[in-house]
Ligand binder design. Structure first.
Ligand SMILES: [Cu+2]
Length: 157
């Protein structure tokens, strides 16, 4: 944005009404995707990897402060081969989890990943110990990507 303002300040070109209108359109277009900071992540954490296991689950709550619907489309992190989006469902009296393509984060809404519900499922996870931090890349599609530090916790505490 400051680049555009600098152009106005230093370019000795007279802008026609038409090009001003075009510029205004460009400005609106560049502002309409949820700006960085509109998707706010709280309480991000992974469970410790159990001894001898290379999988674990991650959780967080995302809040969408924009007027645009967002969708979590992918997650990745160093030291984790595959980070899938999962849901838990009751099927025939059993709790089962399965991968889902995306998780919805509606405008002015929240997306909760909590034990027993939606979660991130890591496969091929290098051992994680309570106190570690993992930088997770969360891809919210048109609403942008952000890297969030997840803490690692002992689920028994
Ligand atoms: Cu899972």
């Amino acid at each position: 944005m400051s680049v555009l303002l600098d152009c106005f300040r230093f370019t000795p070109v007279r802008l026609s009404t038409r090009s001003l209108a075009l510029l205004a359109l460009l400005l609106v277009a560049s502002l309409s995707p949820a700006a960085l900071g509109d998707v706010v992540i709280t309480d991000p954490y992974f469970r410790e990897t159990p001894p001898g296991q290379e999988r674990t689950a991650g959780f967080f709550v995302a809040t969408n402060d924009s007027k645009q619907d967002c969708v979590l489309v992918a997650a990745s992190a160093p030291g984790i081969e595959r980070l899938e989006l999962h849901e838990h469902r009751h099927e025939g009296g059993m709790m089962r989890m399965r991968e889902v393509e995306t998780l919805p984060l509606p405008a002015a809404g929240t997306l909760e990943l909590r034990p027993g519900g939606y979660h991130l499922m890591g496969f091929g996870v290098s051992p994680l110990t309570a106190g570690d931090t993992v930088a997770v890349n969360l891809d919210f599609g048109g609403c942008g990507t952000q890297t969030v530090p997840f803490s690692v916790v002992d689920p028994r505490r």
